[in-house]
Design a protein around this ligand. Structure first.
Ligand code: DER
Length: 232
């Protein structure tokens, strides 16, 4: 499909940023999966040598299957580069992430990197963040109380919608790699992402949110016709 081609060409271009000896954060999601496959090919064809720090168990598994040396963030200490996908990208390169449920490890890994590169199909670019429901990771204990506190706090913020929903995995709540739950905030439009990001993490029970503010350094946008654009 054109979307898949767009994701692939963005991932393939970003894979070129990886150099021998680098410690690289490997993102989660379908675009990041293309990146891992492209890096696996460079390892096989060029003998590229780097160490990958995954942002989810599924990315770790895929990387190992493809012959990539996987280490933990503890072992790496710090990263040269992280490459990951996004659900929305605005004009200031602020992001909504977490569609794949890995936002906590993704944000830790992305911020522990000298540079963060986002790879995405062109449809991910938006004027204003918020059409995509904002994922918020919460501890399972007292999650419904946290949800009520969140909805109350949203009343005083510059957002259009206020509905929140517990992310499900079939009939049970979705559980993250860290054993937490995810609330998706259906805000429609986020007027002040920086303010919202700060407010959310003050609410008791909230572990992290999917707003990546001042974290992304560069975006690689893929198009269905094979074109690739870089945005810094
Ligand atoms: O969960 C995530 O943050 C993913 O990176 C997501 O935002 C992008 O997933 P996709 O590449 O499958 O669209």
């Amino acid at each position: 499909s054109p979307i898949d081609k767009a994701k692939f060409v963005a991932a393939k271009r970003a894979a070129e940023f990886v150099e021998d000896g680098m410690r690289v954060g490997l993102g989660t999601g379908s675009t990041a999966a293309w990146l891992v496959r492209c890096l696996g090919e460079r390892v096989r064809k060029e003998g590229l040598r780097f160490r990958g720090v995954p942002t989810s168990t599924r990315t770790a598994q895929l990387a190992r299957e493809l012959g990539i040396e996987v280490i933990s963030l503890e072992e790496a200490g710090w990263l040269d580069l992280t490459i990951d996908g996004a659900d929305e990208i605005d004009g200031e390169l602020n992001l909504i992430k977490g569609g794949g449920g890995a936002l906590l490890q993704e944000k830790i890994v992305a911020t522990a990197s000298d540079q963060m590169v986002v790879i995405a199909d062109a449809a991910k670019q938006v004027e204003t963040l918020g059409a995509f429901p904002l994922p918020v990771e919460v501890i399972a204990f007292g999650q419904s109380a946290t949800q009520a506190l969140l909805e109350e706090a949203l009343v005083s913020l510059d957002v259009l919608g206020r509905r929140t929903s517990l992310r499900m995995n079939g009939a049970k709540p979705f559980v993250t790699d860290e054993g937490n739950h995810i609330l998706d905030l259906h805000l429609n439009r986020i007027g002040n992402a920086r303010e919202l990001a700060l407010m959310l993490n003050q609410i008791p029970g909230v572990v992290e949110n999917g707003l990546f503010i001042d974290i992304c350094d560069r975006v690689v946008i893929g198009h269905g016709d094979g074109r690739v654009e870089l945005r810094d």
